[in-house]
Design a protein around this ligand. Structure first.
Ligand code: IPE
Ligand code: IPE
Ligand code: MG
Length: 275
């Protein structure tokens, strides 16, 4: 079973082993690493690793690298140039705790650390598997993934947001890392990209990403942060969105094997009844 405590210990330890002399940059990165995240992507990676028989040490290494990418994305996303948020995970955002310059560089360094961590997998798996996995990792981060989705969101005026555009943005900015979290352990285990089981976890990730987004929108609704034009609930209708998310999630291949998916389904079921 995935242990969040163990994961957090390994993440901090691997950073401390790598870091240089004490500095504000180091303190800022530690602040990001120690903030209380759910570690959803490493959990999904862990369960995919078990499913595909990947060595636990490789799964953990990959889990750290994908969480580091996620952390980088959050640190930059909160900056005044993007969402300008003061709080993240109930604590001051990194640029509020330190300053904007350090937050920018801490984000850069988190991404660098993610790549270094990923690269260590090259000694642990077959060369061909590593290359296939690296391709998906790059795709998930860059213009065809999280960064591309953030850019598309930035460039789309709220008044012009359609359901189709919003779905595209979310598939890129949030979905791509979920897809990578479950597909990469399959590829690292030596499963060929053309294996139908890889397509199966991709379908799962897409359903999970959609359901995650609906749950996130419901949470915003509760906290009265609802922006109807930018929100799937507003564009689709609350009940229809929840039902579609539930149908896709519970019907996805491997739904039973991924515990974060089961938790999401329970949450959506209770929201459905609340309507
Ligand atoms: C939040 O992701 C940011 C989005 C991608 C929408 P998570 O809900 O996984 O955030 P943490 O890591 O648990 O804080
Ligand atoms: C978070 O997106 C950052 C990325 C997905 C890259 P959002 O802006 O939608 O989520 P929160 O509200 O900051 O967590
Ligand atoms: Mg944000």
């Amino acid at each position: 079973m995935f242990s969040k405590d163990r994961f957090n210990q390994d993440l901090i330890q691997s950073f401390l082993l790598r870091q240089g002399p004490s500095s504000r940059l180091r303190d800022a990165i530690l602040y990001a690493l120690e903030s209380p995240g759910k570690r959803l992507r490493p959990r999904l990676a862990h369960e995919s690793g078990v499913r595909f028989g990947l060595k636990p040490s490789s799964t953990s290494r990959f889990g750290r690298s994908i969480e580091l990418v996620h952390l980088f994305s959050l640190v930059h996303d909160d900056l005044p140039a993007l969402d300008d948020d003061d709080f993240r995970r109930g604590q001051p955002t990194l640029h509020r705790k330190f300053d904007e310059g350090i937050a920018l560089l801490a984000g850069d360094e988190l991404l660098q650390f993610a790549h270094e961590t990923f690269h260590e997998l090259s000694d642990a798996v077959e060369r061909e598997s590593f290359t296939a996995a690296l391709r998906v990792f790059h795709q998930a981060i860059g213009r065809d993934g999280m960064i591309g989705g953030q850019a598309l969101e930035l460039e789309t005026p709220p008044g012009e947001m359609t359901l189709e555009m919003l779905t595209r943005i979310q598939t890129l900015k949030t979905g791509a890392l979920f897809r990578a979290a479950v597909v990469i352990p399959a590829l690292l285990s030596g499963t060929p990209p053309s294996d139908p089981r890889v397509a199966g976890v991709e379908t799962f990730a897409s359903a999970f990403g959609f359901a995650f987004q609906i749950a996130d929108d419901l949470q915003d609704e509760e906290q009265d942060r609802h922006e109807s034009t930018k929100n799937i609930l507003g564009l689709m209708g609350r009940q229809a969105a929840i039902e579609l998310a539930l149908d896709r999630l519970t019907g996805a291949p491997g739904f039973e094997a991924f515990s974060p998916a089961k938790e999401l389904a329970i949450l959506l079921e209770s929201e459905k009844r609340r309507t």
